[in-house]
Every structure is written in C-alpha cells, then in structure tokens.
Design a protein around this ligand. Structure first.
Ligand SMILES: [Zn+2]
Length: 303
C-alpha cells in the first residue's frame, strides 16, 4: 500500500539467509495477498500508474507461497477483494482451488454487496473449512463500513463464528469511505463485531487502538505499519502495544511490497518488546484465531 510521498525503494534484494523465524515454531502470516495471475498483473500495474511505485516482488501465487515457506512461515492467511460487482463468485472459485492445493493456506474471501446473489455467494464460500471470513477493502471498493448493505454480511459472520479483515483506515491514502468515524458507527450497532483492522489502523493508529481496548472482538494486523523507510509508522507506544499483545497479528502484505518484508520484522524486533509479545503477535494469536474461525481445519502447526 504505497503512498505518494514515500521515499524511493532502495535495492530490492532480500537476504536469503534471513529466513530464520523471529519466534520458535515459525510465523503465522495473517495478511498475504493472492490473486489470479491476470488480476495480480493489473493490480501491480495500478501501483505504478497510480503511485509510481514498482512492486518489489511480481510473484504469482505459487511463487509467493514458496517464498514465504522458505522463510519460516507456516500457516498463511491470504485475501483478495471484489473491486466491483460481478467478480466475487469467480474469485471464490479460484480461492477454493488454491486452498485445495495447499492445506496450510487459509482465506478471507471477497464480498461485494452490489451482487444480486451476494449473500448466497458468501454463505456458499463459508462452506470451505479454511475460509475464515471476508475481506473488505473499503477504500478501493468505495463502501462505507456502516453501509447497511453490509449488515447481513456482518450478521452472517457473527452467526457462523467467522471473522472479517477490514482495510478501514485512511492510510496510505484516504477517501470518504475510510477512517475512524465510519468504523465507530459500525461498532455502535455491532459492538462485538469480530474483525481485524488492517495496517494497525493506519494512519489513525491511536484511535483504532482505543477501539480495540473497548471492543474485545477486534484485532489489528501489523502489515505495512512498522517500516521505517515509509515514514508513516505506527505511533502506538511500547506500553500500549504490550497491553494489546493478545490482539495483534503479524501480517506482511506480501507480495505487494515496496521494501523487503524483513525490514518490518527487524523493526518490530528492535522495539524490544517482551518475548511474550513476539510469540503472540508472530504466532500464537494467529493460531488461536484460525482455530476459532476454522474449527474443522485447525492449523498443522503446534503452539
Ligand atoms: Zn493488504
């Protein structure tokens, strides 16, 4: 998720020996993007035309998964989203085929309320034991989180014990569909909404942290929020991060990165948080959420 005023990426190489996991047992990566090849290419091209940013890794889905596996990543939770009506059903067919090729993949599926059969498509994909729930990319989908057409989806997710991944913050760029205020409205209606706020709520980090403190169903993921070279890093202090350690999931945004994923891991480690924080964020919180949302297909990894 590049922003227009970011510094230029330097190099682009990644050290092969830096594959060691920061925690025993390996990482659970809760924010990976996998798309069908042509759609991936279109997204990568848009990064260049819209922002002038070449993506570091133009990896198709199998290359992306292999790359992460070689670096100590166990369960991978990927997502894709429906940028317009009419694509969710086809993407879900593709998601099912990808899930069926690799038993350690899990998925947040796309949803678009503009589809006539939106809820039926959503209920159908939830039948796959490794679909955790749904991803909404509200900035790109141009949907308010409190759009009442999303309420049946939220209710379905809660009814089935599933989870949401929401790009609902106003970073790296915002529009009228994202930000703290709209999300707070949803929480007034659904205070127990089970959802992960992507990117630590960038750029309203502290405000989203307060929402987490008030709403036990919420988590945050780290994707793109701890990269010093981006210049818009998460500004939640160490003490508050520690207080939220059961609610933070590591995510990389791989492969759509501008800088090596190791930069973010290294920065997180340099914060000198407790071992318990790292164990939870890099691994245990992810395993626990998978077990909760996908009880019929628990991760192979042992805690
Ligand atoms: Zn992402």
């Amino acid at each position: 998720m590049p922003r227009k005023d970011m510094p230029a990426p330097v190099g682009g190489g990644e050290s092969e020996q830096d594959g060691a996991s920061p925690v025993p047992g390996g990482i659970v990566d809760f924010h990976v993007h996998l798309f069908p090849d042509r759609l991936f290419e279109a997204i990568w091209d848009r990064f260049v035309t819209d922002y002038g940013w070449p993506i570091l890794h133009r990896f198709y889905w199998r290359e992306a998964v292999d790359h992460l596996r070689r670096r100590g990543v166990g369960p991978i939770v990927f997502s894709n989203y429906a940028h317009r009506p009419g694509v969710a059903r086809g993407l879900n067919d593709w998601n099912r085929s990808v899930l069926d090729e690799d038993p350690d993949l899990y998925c947040f599926a796309p949803f678009h309320p503009g589809d006539d059969d939106a809820l039926a498509v959503a209920a159908d994909v939830l039948r796959h034991p490794r679909v955790l729930g749904f991803k909404l990319q509200l900035l790109v989908q141009r949907l308010h989180p409190h759009d009442e057409r999303l309420f049946p989806l939220y209710e379905l997710v809660m009814e089935r014990g599933k989870h949401l991944l929401l790009h609902v913050g106003n970073g790296p760029v915002g529009n009228e569909f994202v930000g703290l205020d709209g999300f707070a409205k949803v929480l007034r209606r659904y205070p127990d909404l089970p959802a992960t706020v992507a990117h630590m709520g960038a750029l309203e980090y502290g405000g989203f942290a307060s929402l987490l403190e008030d709403h036990p169903g919420l988590l945050m993921d780290t994707a793109f929020a701890f990269i010093p070279r981006l210049g818009s890093m998460c500004d939640i202090g160490r003490k508050r991060l520690e207080g939220l350690r059961e609610r933070i999931l590591y995510g990389s945004d791989f492969p759509n990165l501008l800088f090596p994923r190791e930069d973010e891991i290294e920065h997180l480690r340099s914060l000198k948080l407790t071992d318990s924080f790292y164990r939870r964020a890099f691994r245990e919180n992810g395993l626990a959420l998978i077990r909760r949302a996908c009880p019929d297909a628990p991760p192979k990894a042992e805690c």
